[in-house]
Design a protein around this ligand. Structure first.
Ligand code: PRE
Length: 426
């Protein structure tokens, strides 16, 4: 049986019934609490004669964030009926760890804030439950593999659009979303930068994932028969030179994701079409690998960020990165001033990206003598190598604020420091 501990997440309640045992005659209220804890259901009933201490500790453990009402003290021994997944047991047999005394006056209230534990400092859950991670694409997509790298044993949830992956987290259907933001060959995935700004999720981690592309077609198809290659636009861009070198006389067509391209060929029995996708997609959709490793550079890497509803608490005991987005103020050299706030503090910038400022894309500057200048306005996305727990990062941002009309911290999260292996066959 699973042991509850102070490090376990608060259980969610399914039932809470309270009734006087015998109105006004006995000093106890009988309270039944049933709570769902992962796949198991625990229930504890406070019967007549239950020792108060037993009741308090079992209730404290099972209901650590809900306080229940009990009328008076007294009693002793027995009386606790507990069941785990419907099997009756004594509360002493439950492997429970008391978390302390509950106050004398119990009140049924809404869940209280949970004390921070060491697990809150980690982007990955430490409890036994499977983390649900939303990604765009179908099984076999690189985003699914990136989700598995970030959260081994997670339950990957396919979504047809990136927007849907964001919403899945916002609506608590998923715990995390995994989002590709840039590739070493194809560059930034601009739409995803825009989504980061449009939604309120927090970046809680990153993974750099070696992307190893294959050319896939139906079994028996030879490359001479092909007149079309379909894939995600990033994958097409990453294989542009190699496709030409292979001597293929094909049109290129963009689809939503790489594995979806493979699935489409299989589902429609397309003999003249190949997909650029992973070897795993070939296995899943019964395609053959016509060419392996067709990315234009063997060290082809896509960087993914992991998103959650809540930020993680930044630390200083391992390398952290922080991502911000800002719009600089009008005035001379505002962008230079913003960036120098980092340079003066020896903070390295690892990335800068500009996107149109959608709320105010153009600023007109009239000069009666020479006419009207039209300046494009931008949102700047900057990643820097420091944790928001560091004073130098906090001071840098305080200074940045002076030169910006808008500033948001997208997240402060551990850097992916996994050793480099470009030959990984994903
Ligand atoms: O289509 C997929 O398989 C994806 O996971 C998307 C995506 C991307 O958006 O860049 C991810 C990694 C590769 O760079 C190619 C495509």
């Amino acid at each position: 049986m699973k042991a509850l501990s102070p490090y376990s997440p608060a259980p969610s309640f399914t039932t809470l019934i309270r009734r006087p045992s015998f109105p006004r005659l006995l000093p106890f209220h009988s309270v039944a609490v049933q709570c769902a804890y992962g796949p198991e259901t625990f229930s504890v009933q406070n019967g007549v004669g239950l020792s108060r201490a037993d009741w308090q500790s079992s209730c404290a453990i099972l209901a650590s964030n809900v306080v229940s009402e009990q009328q008076s003290a007294g009693g002793g021994g027995g009386g606790v009926v507990a069941s785990v997944n419907g099997h009756k047991t004594n509360v002493e047999n439950l492997n429970l760890v008391p978390i302390g005394k509950i106050s004398d006056t119990y009140q049924i209230t809404k869940p209280q804030p949970k004390p921070l534990t060491i697990t809150d400092f980690s982007p990955a859950p430490m409890h036994g439950e499977k983390l649900r991670v939303a990604y765009q694409g179908v099984p076999g997509a690189y985003s699914e593999a990136a989700a598995g790298k970030a959260y081994p044993n997670c339950e990957a949830i396919p979504c047809d659009q990136f927007e849907v992956a964001f919403q899945a987290v916002e609506l608590w259907i998923a715990d995390r979303a995994v989002l590709p933001v840039e590739n070493s060959l194809g560059g930034s995935i601009h739409r995803n930068y825009d989504l980061l700004l449009r939604h309120r999720l927090h970046i809680v981690g990153e993974v750099q994932f070696p992307v190893h592309h294959c050319l896939l077609a139906l079994p028996g198809v030879r490359k001479e028969y092909l007149n079309r290659v379909i894939s995600h636009p990033q994958a097409l861009a990453q294989c542009e030179l190699t496709l030409t070198k292979l001597g293929l006389n094909v049109t290129r067509e963009a689809v939503d994701d790489t594995a979806g391209a493979a699935e489409y060929i299989a589902a429609n029995n397309l003999l003249n079409t190949a997909a650029i996708a992973s070897a795993r997609a070939a296995e899943l959709y019964g395609l053959q690998v016509i060419a392996d490793g067709i990315q234009d550079d063997s060290s082809n890497v896509t960087r993914f960020v992991m998103l959650a509803r809540d930020p993680i608490i930044p630390r200083t005991d391992r390398p952290f990165k922080t991502s911000i987005v800002f719009a600089h103020d009008k005035g001379t050299s505002a962008l230079f001033k913003v960036l120098s706030a980092f340079a003066f503090r020896n903070i390295s910038l690892t990335k800068i990206e500009s996107r149109p400022h959608r709320n105010c894309p153009i600023r007109l500057v009239d000069d009666a003598n020479v006419g009207t200048a039209k300046h494009f306005e931008y949102m700047f996305y900057v990643d820097f190598e420091a944790s928001m727990a560091e004073t130098r990062a906090q001071n840098a941002l305080a200074e940045v604020q002076e030169f910006t009309s808008f500033l948001r911290v997208l997240g402060s999260y551990p850097m992916d420091m996994t050793p480099w292996s470009p030959s990984g066959g994903h």
